[in-house]
Design a binder for this molecule. Structure first.
Ligand SMILES: Cc1cc2nc3c(=O)[nH]c(=O)nc-3n(C[C@H](O)[C@H](O)[C@H](O)COP(=O)(O)O)c2cc1C
Length: 149
């Protein structure tokens, strides 16, 4: 099985998740979405594709939307998405489903991981203590084990 994990990350939370998942699935490769956006066509050749990104304003980041519109997933049989968030609900999986449906594809699995809020404009923004960070990290690590399965 080959797997490509496409990620977008502003401040590293989603990049951390992508790297930790890649460690658990060594045959997978990590690809930064921003390295592809200038291309007219993006084609994946993997059987399985993962997309990892932060929640932005309750939905997916614009970069991820642009990527999903452009990417050719012709050979892909399994698609999963992981959103990392600060605190709120997330409406973006429906949008991903719609963008994939335009290509005759669907989302097979979706996950949300609660991490630190990195948007200083948010009422949920705070500097977590070291103990709070360790607690969040432990929960993320446990959830990654089940995502890997
Ligand atoms: C512009 C912006 C908008 C955001 N909007 C939300 C939101 O609506 N809900 C939420 O829970 N987190 C929101 N966040 C927080 C991020 O989703 C969260 O901190 C995420 O883990 C950051 O991942 P990253 O470090 O990979 O960018 C927002 C962050 C930014 C920068």
């Amino acid at each position: 099985m080959d797997m490509e994990i496409y990620y977008f990350s502003g401040t590293g939370n989603s990049f951390y998740v992508a790297k930790e998942l890649q460690k658990r699935i060594p045959e997978s490769i990590l690809i930064p979405i921003v390295s592809l956006l200038h291309q007219d066509n993006i084609t994946t050749r993997a059987d399985s594709v993962g997309i990892i990104f932060p929640v932005h304003a309750l939905t997916i980041p614009i970069a991820v939307k642009r990527f999903l519109k452009k990417v050719n997933l012709h050979s892909t049989k399994y698609i999963f998405a992981i959103a990392t968030r600060g605190a709120t609900f997330f409406r973006g999986f429906e949008l991903i489903e719609r963008l994939l449906a335009n290509k005759g594809k669907r989302l097979h699995a979706q996950f949300i991981l609660t991490m630190g809020m990195n948007d200083p404009r948010s009422e949920f923004y705070q500097s977590p203590t070291h103990a709070e960070i360790l607690k969040l990290e432990g929960a993320v690590q446990r959830k990654l084990d089940s995502i890997m399965d």
